[in-house]
Ligand binder design. Structure first.
Ligand code: SF4
Length: 320
C-alpha cells in the first residue's frame, strides 16, 4: 500500500461574473490527477509556472478543498474529513513554502516559532524545549539562533527554521513547494543537501515541487511532469534525461540551462516554445498540441490515453 494515493483529483476555481454580468469559465487548476507516493519516496513534481503544481500540493496537504476526486493516506480516504479529525491528520503533512519570510511570524524568535506546532498539540514545556534543541541541531542551526528574530537570520537560515518547524510533529510527508527557489545559488545546494539527508535519515516522503528539473532530479526517486493541470509523464529520476519520452518533458530537458561550450559561462538552450494556454480554456485533444513540434491531426481532437511505457514509466501521448 502506498503512503499516499491520489485518484482523479480535480480543482476548478469558479470566477466572479464580469462587469457585463457574463459568467466566466472556471480555471482548471488541477484536472484529473492520479499519483502515488510510497513511504520514504521523493516524488518530484515539475512543470512551468501556473501549471497547477502548487495547487496540487495544497490539495494533498488539505490546505484547499478539492472539486472532485479522492486522496488516500495509509489507505484511508481523507479528502472530505473535517474538524478535529482533519486537525489530527494535518500533523502527518507539513508544507515548506518558497518564501522563507512570510511563513515565519516576524514578531517571534526562532524558538517559539519551532515550538508552536508542539504547543498546539499539547506537548509539555520541557519536552518542547528538548525537541527544539534537537531540531536546531538536525537542521544545522546554532543554539544561539533560537533567540533570534527572522530578520536577524539569512534566507538559508530562515528556510532551516521552516524545515525544523515542519519536522516538529514528526510528519510522514513533506510537501516542499519550491523550497530553494528564493535562495541565493550558493545556498540552494546546501538546503537541497539538507533536505536530502533529512529524508534519508528520517525515512520521510516528499512531494518536491519545482519548476527546476535539474534540482528535482538530484533529490527525487521518481519525477511527475505536469502540464496545464494534468500529469503527462511519470518516470524514475535516475536516467530521466535519456528515458523521458513525452514531447513536453523532452522540451523541459532541453530548457535546462547548460553551459554553452562556445561561450564560457553562458547558460543557453531553447525553452519550451510559445506560452502555455489559458487554463480556463484548455485546448481540445492533447492540451500540449498548440506547442508540440510533433503534433498530428488527431492530437487536436483526441485526448491521449495515459499508459504504461515501461516499468514505473507512464505517459500520455499518441506517439508512444
Ligand atoms: Fe504532441 Fe500529439 Fe503527443 Fe500531444 S499527443 S504530446 S500533441 S505528439
Amino acid at each position: 500500500m502506498s503512503l499516499l494515493e491520489v485518484n482523479n483529483l480535480v480543482k476548478h476555481y469558479t470566477r466572479r461574473k464580469s462587469l457585463s454580468n457574463k459568467s466566466r469559465p472556471a480555471v482548471h487548476a488541477v484536472d484529473g490527477v492520479s499519483l502515488t507516493i510510497d513511504k520514504g519516496e521523493v516524488l518530484g513534481l515539475v512543470g512551468e509556472s501556473g501549471c497547477g503544481k502548487s495547487t496540487l500540493g495544497r490539495l494533498i496537504a488539505r490546505l484547499e478543498e478539492k472539486s472532485n476526486g479522492e486522496i488516500y493516506f495509509r489507505g484511508k480516504e481523507i479528502s472530505s474529513i473535517k474538524g478535529g479529525s482533519l486537525r489530527l491528520l494535518r500533523r502527518n503533512f507539513q508544507v515548506i513554502f518558497q518564501d522563507t519570510s512570510s511563513s515565519l511570524n516576524p514578531r517571534w524568535k526562532t524558538r517559539p516559532i519551532i515550538e508552536e506546532p508542539m504547543l498546539n498539540f499539547g506537548m509539555e514545556k520541557s519536552l518542547r524545549q528538548n525537541k527544539c534543541d534537537e531540531l536546531l541541531d538536525l537542521v544545522g542551526l546554532d543554539k544561539s539562533d533560537a533567540e533570534k528574530y527572522p530578520h536577524e537570520l539569512s534566507g538559508g537560515q530562515r528556510q532551516r527554521v521552516n524545515i525544523a518547524r515542519a519536522l516538529a510533529l514528526e510528519p510522514a510527508l513533506l510537501v516542499c513547494d519550491e523550497p530553494v527557489s528564493s535562495l541565493d545559488v550558493s545556498i540552494r545546494a546546501q538546503v537541497l543537501k539538507l533536505l536530502q539527508s533529512l529524508q534519508q535519515k528520517l525515512q520521510l516522503s516528499y512531494l518536491f515541487i519545482s519548476h527546476d528539473l535539474a534540482a528535482v532530479s538530484t533529490i527525487a526517486t521518481r519525477v511527475a511532469v505536469m502540464y496545464l493541470g494534468q500529469i503527462v509523464e511519470v518516470l524514475p529520476a535516475a536516467g530521466l534525461e535519456k528515458a523521458a519520452a513525452h514531447p513536453y518533458t523532452r522540451a523541459l530537458i532541453e530548457a535546462v540551462p547548460m553551459p554553452d561550450p562556445h561561450r564560457a559561462g553562458a547558460l543557453l538552450r531553447p525553452a519550451v516554445r510559445g506560452e502555455p494556454p489559458d487554463s480556463s480554456k484548455p485546448p481540445p485533444g492533447c492540451r500540449f498540441h498548440p506547442r508540440c513540434p510533433l503534433a498530428e491531426e488527431r492530437c487536436r481532437i483526441e485526448n491521449p490515453v495515459y499508459k504504461k511505457i515501461e516499468e514505473q514509466h507512464y505517459a500520455a501521448c499518441h506517439l508512444l
